[in-house]
Design a protein around this ligand. Structure first.
Ligand code: ZN
Length: 362
């Protein structure tokens, strides 16, 4: 009886998750009270009028990270939550620069440089992994609405960490011994409207060619112009060499692009609740996920920003099962994709695939 299989027990990797957006609501409120920061509205389950309204709430959440221990706590709790969701490996998006530049609230920044921020995040990820058994490989993220030179600088910092081996960490994953890469992917996020990916092509080339990072930009989430969602996905492939696309769901508008995604084996890191609450699709019946899978496109599931949207990773799987009619073979297929297209160590991928088969046979 497929409907009885426990989706928490399905082994998975979580590849589309923003660190600050993964904070627990209780932690947010506690930190806000502790630091005297206004508590932002609880937006879980609510529709956002536009992308900018969403970003505003996101940054409000980030303001309560005032001390380094707040950041370490966030990283540990994200790993604890991942363990509770059956995620073996996570790739949260992290931007060290955000914590190393002067803060808008006049408080001292957490770090004096991006390098220092990264070293802290890597150490905290290793500690969180040893406490939970969940492996963490960071996605180094740049913001498309910031100047391309900033993106290039972040790419250089990330590449230096990787090339010098300072990104290697000792985790606590049961299926892996020794050290592994603690930075595995390079991403681009922010409003697609008015911010095409071309200016970031050099930064992505550096990250891919010099550090072997997975190119994983956001694209095809909210159409930057009428019917422009598919073009945005195509641009991410053409200019950024995308191997994974975070969202990418609007590719469904263009049959030729769907063929191309399939041929290139580009994986889409799909977050249904985020799409629904940002009005990308009017309802779950209209969501592109089942059609993308039907077309043979590799997709996996993520929760994007559970602090802002509400549903956690397991609830995204439940939604796909109950509201999109996807059977357990399809759900297991997405879990398999999440390992295959991740930056996890090979042993973890092999063990993950075997455990997914066992889940499906059980
Ligand atoms: Zn995202």
């Amino acid at each position: 009886m497929s409907a009885t299989r426990d989706l928490r027990a399905l082994p998975k990797a979580h590849l589309h998750l923003h660190l600050e957006g993964a904070m627990r609501r209780e932690t947010l409120e506690e930190l806000c009270v502790h630091h005297g920061v206004p508590i932002p509205p609880d937006t879980r389950g609510q529709h956002f009028d536009n992308f900018l309204g969403f970003v505003e709430t996101y940054f409000a959440a980030g303001r309560c990270l005032v001390e380094r221990e707040d950041l370490a706590r966030l990283i540990l709790e994200v790993a604890e939550d991942a363990a509770a969701h059956g995620a073996w490996w996570i790739e949260p998006a992290f931007d060290a620069e955000r914590f190393s530049v002067p803060r808008a609230d006049g408080r001292p920044s957490l770090f004096s440089s991006q390098e220092e921020g990264w070293e802290f995040a890597l150490e905290a990820a290793a500690a969180a992994s040893r406490a939970t058994g969940v492996g963490i490989g960071w996605l180094s993220a740049i913001d498309r609405s910031r100047p391309p030179e900033e993106g290039m600088e972040r790419a250089r910092v990330t590449v230096d960490l990787v090339r010098s081996g300072r990104h290697m960490i000792a985790s606590g994953m049961p299926s892996h011994a020794g050290r592994h890469a603690g930075i595995v992917a390079f991403g681009l996020h922010g409003n697609e409207e008015g911010f095409p990916p071309e200016p970031f092509a050099d930064a992505f080339r550096l990250a891919r060619d010099e550090a072997g990072l997975i190119s994983a930009p956001h694209a095809g989430e909210i159409a930057p112009w009428p019917d422009g969602g598919a073009a945005s996905v195509r641009d991410a492939m053409d200019h950024l060499g995308a191997a994974r696309i975070l969202h990418g769901v609007l590719a469904i508008e263009d049959e030729a692009l769907i063929d191309r995604l399939g041929e290139a084996d580009v994986c889409l890191d799909v977050c249904p609740s985020s799409n629904l609450l940002l009005n990308v699709f009017p309802d779950s019946a209209a969501h592109a996920l089942p059609r993308l899978l039907e077309a043979g496109i590799a997709c996996d599931l993520g929760s994007d920003d559970p602090l802002l949207f509400g549903p956690d990773l397991v609830e995204e799987f439940v939604l796909a099962r109950e509201e999109m009619g996807l059977d357990d073979a399809a759900l297991a297929g997405m879990a398999r994709n999440s390992f295959d297209h991740s930056g996890a160590p090979e042993e973890v991928k092999v063990a993950g695939r075997a455990a997914i088969e066992a889940w499906l046979e059980g």
